[in-house]
Design a protein. Structure first.
Length: 670
């Protein structure tokens, strides 16, 4: 489908995102508006540069009277009044009004601003548009106040999940120039004074902030309007390049279209294009607020593997997989923009790597060349981790879910179930290659699943156990158990037991799912939604819905997914995690996450039932909701163009503009 920038526009009046979560990113620089102001700016990051606390404030002098833009909550002459904003991938456009008597004369101004991160240098542009609403001519002057704050430079190896450390305060060293021993900040502007603005006339002023190394002049400047257009052009090209293989969605079901688009843009804003990064685009885990400019295999490959394979294309997906392997994925949980591995091993990284490669194999038919790499990584985990019979001990929470109670640690169902899935996928590849290893690999996968059922399943409780090396046993009602279901580890009776917990008051809540069941009084808590309860990591609810569709639980899958539709209506992009008992987002966690793409993944590969095969066969088994019409159009697969149209108890499957099936939903392959 051909998307445009306006397809992803979002009216921030409807936003439930915390104010500190609102940023805009070019894929090179990311910048934030100062809340409640019409043109203020607070914060700029552009690896390797960081300006945590840079602040730009503007006053407007109208006929000698200062109209401040401070976001005042007072009464009377409060200055410029913020009256709304629109977020787009390339900019934030804000509106304001001033209509007040000063010394007996009315001053009436309409003000609009655009905040645009630069696309090929570290910095941003603010453009101010002021309309004279008076019945007389007035003189206008924009008076900026720039506070550079603590500027810092950090090599690409050093960017990670948190914000880089602030540097030293910058000092003025010339007109419009501030500097410390690492970084120079340059303030550029067009004419700030506009005399004799007639009634109805608009005055325009643009200004930019650019970061360079200390002592390095800001060069290559053309018009500031040209810089602004450059960001728009870069974003248009990025959308057209990455979204050409992503199907469009049309529906009369309230909230579904919004949710799909916001899920898609959640992935797009995570694609950074800096020429010095290890690859372009470089998929970061979060990053729009300057924290999380690193790649987590679990997010990129685990939650969003199929979507990334479509967005990036086969060549770039394989480049990402090779970058993951080269970063030391068996030794580190993530890697920096330089490709440098970070932190300790993470138990879900191996499966995520396999899932990314497997997604590329299914979508594009490429990835068999990584068989030896995948095999060696799988065997490395077998040698690295302590064994407990056929099961592995994955260590403490630093290597697992990072809960805040003794719980999901050591010998657990997931990721042991994912490990079995990896052996099966490696066996599929071995069969394709004809190397004679498939039978042994499948036998290993089945032994793992058998051990999981025998030693970790508590039939009386109908749930999985976690076993510690010292003999201690925990039973934690975590949403992770449903990943074991998805990996094929559960018998029919186990599946029935697990599904019985998917009810309101346990895992389900009005606005999503709880990562820990509310009935688990030992482990459930409300201050850490992603893994400890009261909400979940973005991606868990959607992957649960996908799992349910894959398991034939269509009605329950739809019930789970539609609990998230508030996010499409009220968030410009999806955050790291969210609450489930109320439509809210924790302000102290990351503002965005690439795992937000999993919403699209659940809709396309769950509800629409698209099932690409490694051999080029496409199976489609639509699961239409019982409440409206849904059309998925423009799914590209191996040279074919597929549409799926659904309404209750009916579907049409179209290949290259010809209907190949219509009637009651069935599994159809071609």
């Amino acid at each position: 489908m051909s998307y445009q920038l306006n397809d992803f526009a979002f009216d921030l009046r409807a936003s439930l995102a915390p104010s500190n979560h609102i940023w805009v990113c070019s894929g090179y620089s990311t910048v934030a508006p100062l809340p409640n102001t019409v043109a203020g700016v607070k914060g700029l990051f552009s690896p390797p540069f960081a300006a945590h606390d840079v602040q730009l404030l503007l006053d407007i002098e109208a006929d000698g009277h200062i109209v401040g833009d401070t976001g005042s909550f007072g009464k009377g002459d409060c200055g410029l009044l913020y009256s709304g904003a629109e977020w787009r991938p390339d900019r934030i456009e804000r509106k304001g009004t001033y209509h007040y008597f000063h010394e007996g004369r009315l001053i009436s101004l309409s003000v609009r601003s655009t905040l645009v991160p630069l696309a090929d240098r570290a910095g941003f542009i603010v453009s101010i548009f002021i309309v004279n609403r008076n019945d007389r001519s007035i003189d206008l002057c924009v008076k900026p106040c720039l506070t550079p704050g603590r500027l810092s430079w950090h090599g690409l190896d050093d960017w990670d999940f948190g914000h880089p450390a602030p540097g030293e305060s910058a000092e003025a060293c010339g007109t419009g120039i501030w500097e410390n021993h690492q970084v120079r900040m340059t303030f550029l502007h067009e004419e700030l004074r506009s005399p004799g603005i007639s009634p109805g006339q608009e005055a325009v002023c643009r200004m930019a902030v650019v970061l360079t190394r200390s002592g390095e002049a800001c060069t290559g400047m053309d018009s500031l309007a040209g810089w602004e257009r450059r960001t728009e052009d870069v974003w248009l090209e990025r959308i057209q390049r990455t979204c050409q293989a992503v199907p469009g969605l049309k529906s009369d079901i309230p909230g579904l279209e919004d949710y799909y688009r916001r899920s898609l843009v959640s992935g797009l804003i995570c694609l950074w294009e800096h020429p010095d990064f290890a690859m372009q685009p470089f998929p970061v885990v979060s990053g729009i607020e300057g924290a999380g400019i690193c790649c987590y295999p679990w997010d990129a490959g685990g939650y969003a593997g199929r979507m990334l394979a479509m967005l990036l294309g086969s060549g770039k997906t394989m480049e990402l997989a090779q970058l993951m392997a080269g970063s030391g994925i068996e030794r580190h949980s993530r890697f920096s923009p330089s490709g440098q591995g970070k932190d300790v091993p993470y138990s879900y990284s191996l499966w995520s790597f396999f899932n990314l490669v497997w997604s590329n194999l299914e979508q594009h038919g490429e990835g068999l060349a990584l068989y030896d790499v995948m095999r060696n990584l799988l065997l490395a985990d077998e040698e690295r981790l302590p064994s407990w019979g056929e099961l592995l001990d994955y260590g403490k929470q630093r290597n697992l879910l990072e809960m805040r109670s003794a719980a999901h640690e050591h010998v657990v169902s997931s990721p042991n179930a994912e490990r079995a899935w990896c052996y099966d996928r490696l066996a599929d590849m071995a069969e394709r290659l004809g190397n004679g290893e498939a039978s042994r690999l499948r036998d290993k996968a089945e032994r793992i699943r058998s051990a999981l059922r025998e030693h970790l399943w508590d039939a009386e409780a109908g749930w999985f156990l976690c076993r510690y090396p010292n003999g201690h046993v925990e039973r934690v009602y975590t949403v992770q158990a449903y990943d074991s279901l998805r990996m094929g580890a559960c018998t029919e009776s186990m599946t029935t037991a697990l599904l019985s917990h998917l009810r309101d008051g346990a895992f389900l809540a009005p606005y999503g799912v709880s990562s820990i069941s509310a009935e688990d009084t030992i482990h459930y808590e409300l201050n850490d939604p992603d893994w400890s309860g009261g909400g979940s990591y973005t991606g868990e609810c959607t992957i649960l819905a996908l799992t349910l569709w894959e398991s034939g639980q269509s009605e329950l899958a739809w019930d789970v997914l539609k609990r998230l539709f508030w996010m499409g209506r009220h968030l410009p992009y999806f955050p790291q995690e969210h609450f489930c008992d109320r439509p809210a987002v924790p302000a102290h966690k990351r503002a965005n996450v690439i795992a937000g793409l999993s919403g699209c993944e659940a809709i396309l590969f769950g509800m629409a039932g698209l099932k690409p095969g490694m051999d080029g066969t496409l199976t489609v088994f639509p699961n239409p909701p019982q409440e409206g019409n849904v059309s998925i159009t423009g799914y590209r697969y191996r040279g074919r163009l597929i549409d799926v149209h659904m309404k209750p108890d009916y579907c049409e499957i179209v290949c290259d503009e010809k209907i190949v099936y219509k009637g009651a939903p069935v599994s159809f392959s071609f």
